[in-house]
Ligand binder design. Structure first.
Ligand SMILES: [Zn+2]
Length: 239
C-alpha cells in the first residue's frame, strides 16, 4: 500500500501545481478586467462631461440671444419713453424698461455662471483625458504582457495536466474515484498526519486509526474531512 500512498501524494502535488497555475491565470484576468473597468469608468465620466459642456454652451448661447432681444426692446422702449405724451405713458414705458433691465441682469448673471461652469468642466476634461490616456497605455502594455504570461501558463498547464493524468493511472481505480470526489468537495484530497492530527482539517485522529495510518498497511481517510491520510514516513521519506 506504500506505493499507493506515494501515488496519492504525487497526484495531490500535481493537482496543487495545476491549481496554482489556475490561480495565477485568474489573477492575470482579474487584473486586466480591473484596468479595463477603470478605463471605461473614466471614459464614461469624460463622455458625461462633454455632454454637460454641450448643454451648458447651448443654454449660454440662448441667454446671449435673449440679451440681444432685450437690448433691442430696451432701445424701442427708450424711444417710446422719450416720446411719451403723458404721465401714464411715461410710467408704462418706465415700468417696461425696468422689467427689461431686470431680465438683462438675470440673463447676464446666468450666462456668466454658465461660462464659469464651462471653464471648470474644461479643466476637468483635460485632467480626465490625461488620466484616460495614461490608463489606456497601461492597459495596452498590461494586455501585451499578460498575453505572453498567459500563453506560457497555458502551456505549462497542458504539460502538468498530461503529467497529472499519467500519475492518476498509478492510483488504483477505486481510490482514484474517492480521491476525485473528495478533491471536488474539499479542494484537496490528501492530508499529512502529524502527532495524531490531520493537518488539513486539524482534527484529532483516534489513536487506533493513527497507529494504522503510521503502519501504512492500507490507505485510510480522515474521519472528519475524508482526505486520505499520509503518514510522515511518506511525506518526509528522509526522516
Ligand atoms: Zn481531516
Amino acid at each position: 500500500m506504500r506505493e499507493q500512498l506515494l501515488a496519492l501524494d504525487e497526484l495531490a502535488k500535481a493537482d496543487l501545481a495545476q491549481r496554482q497555475i489556475d490561480v495565477e491565470l485568474a489573477e492575470i484576468e482579474s487584473g486586466l478586467s480591473a484596468l479595463r473597468e477603470a478605463v471605461n469608468r473614466i471614459g464614461s465620466i469624460l463622455a458625461q462631461e462633454r455632454r454637460d459642456i454641450e448643454a451648458a454652451e447651448r443654454l449660454r448661447a440662448s441667454h446671449l440671444a435673449d440679451l440681444e432681444g432685450i437690448a433691442e426692446k430696451s432701445q424701442r422702449s427708450s424711444k417710446l419713453r422719450d416720446g411719451a405724451r403723458n404721465a401714464r405713458e411715461l410710467e408704462a414705458t418706465q415700468r417696461a424698461l425696468e422689467e427689461l433691465k431686470r431680465q438683462k441682469e438675470e440673463r447676464t448673471a446666468e450666462a456668466a455662471r454658465l461660462e464659469a461652469q464651462i471653464t471648470d468642466t474644461r479643466t476637468q476634461i483635460a485632467r480626465h483625458e490625461t488620466e484616460f490616456a495614461a490608463l489606456n497605455d497601461e492597459l495596452k502594455a498590461e494586455t501585451a504582457q499578460s498575453a505572453e504570461r498567459s500563453a506560457a501558463l497555458q502551456e505549462s498547464r497542458k504539460e502538468s495536466q498530461a503529467a497529472r493524468n499519467k500519475l492518476s493511472l498509478a492510483v488504483a481505480a477505486d481510490l482514484r474515484g474517492k480521491y476525485e470526489m473528495v478533491f471536488r468537495r474539499r479542494g484537496s484530497a490528501v492530508a499529512e498526519v502529524q502527532q495524531g492530527i490531520c493537518r488539513a482539517c486539524n482534527m484529532g485522529i483516534p489513536p487506533q486509526l493513527y497507529n494504522q495510518v503510521l503502519g501504512a498497511e492500507r490507505v485510510y481517510q480522515c474521519p472528519s474531512c475524508q482526505r486520505f491520510l499520509l503518514p510522515p514516513s511518506i511525506t518526509q521519506p528522509s526522516r
